[in-house]
Ligand binder design. Structure first.
Ligand code: GLP
Length: 242
């Protein structure tokens, strides 16, 4: 694992955006995996700025999002569909149809999961995955458990995750209880992984990730020990327990 500790959130976001832009300029038809949450907002802001300045062209890329809440309309401000358009897609020239997000509104979630896997299987070469990390180590919505799903599946969110995400909802009870997420196998198939984390709330899990020596399904992020190209970008607060 390569680790970068940046002075602050802006520097962290800049480094992540530079790495992504670098990947796209090397390979304009890169297949990327993208996250939601507060952590990547700065990275998306940087990428949007680079596009506006003519420094990066997104017209050839394909993106897969990690996850989506089940039951939120796509125009709901808390849906990950809305998030992606608001923070990134509306500001860059990605082609409509090249951005895949799991369907949290299907009447048949089993089919929705299979459909996402079919889309993932269309691309043999998956290039770069950007992800945040939950306070409990989740990647996407792969929550701590005795066994983890390999592929796209629905998940009952842990109370810890619902509480951590409640700040974005009017009422804590409005946080959906279920979500759809890419599984750990597909996450690991991306050739490069970038994990970003900022703030003191992430310090404990970052310490676990960077000092733990075991692969532990109760800390999904530790599965990245099995991957050979992981870069972790932190701000000083997230790195404060190292
Ligand atoms: C959410 C998302 C994850 C994200 C994590 C951290 O639950 N499903 O993909 O990485 O929580 O969120 P944040 O960046 O807001 O701390």
């Amino acid at each position: 694992m390569k680790v970068f500790i940046e002075k602050n959130y802006d520097q962290l976001s800049k480094r992540a955006a530079d790495m992504i832009a670098g990947e796209i300029s090397k390979k304009p038809n890169s297949v990327l995996c993208l996250p939601t949450g507060s952590t990547p907002i700065g990275t998306y802001r940087e990428l949007s700025g680079m596009y506006a300045a003519g420094k990066v062209d997104f017209s050839g890329i394909v993106t897969f999002n990690l996850d989506e809440y089940i039951g939120l309309r796509q125009d709901d401000e808390n849906s990950y569909h809305y998030f992606m358009h608001h923070h990134l897609f509306d500001h860059i020239n990605i082609k409509q149809g090249n951005a895949y997000i799991p369907d949290g509104l299907s009447e048949n979630m089993e089919e929705a999961c299979k459909n996402y896997d079919v889309k993932l299987d269309l691309y043999n070469e998956k290039d770069l995955l950007l992800t945040g990390i939950g306070q409990n180590g989740h990647i996407g919505f792969n929550e701590p458990d005795d066994r983890l799903f390999a592929r796209t599946h629905t998940v009952l969110l842990s109370e810890n995750t619902r509480a951590a995400n409640a700040r974005l909802f009017e009422n804590a009870d409005d946080v959906p209880k279920v979500a759809i997420t890419m599984g750990i196998a597909d996450i690991m198939h991306f050739k490069k992984m970038i994990i970003i984390a900022n703030g003191t709330a992430k310090a404990a899990i970052i310490k676990d990730l960077l000092t733990g020596r075991m692969v532990d399904t109760h800390n999904t992020s530790s599965l990245t020990y099995l991957h050979n190209d992981v870069t972790v970008i932190l701000d000083e607060e997230a790195a404060s327990l190292l």
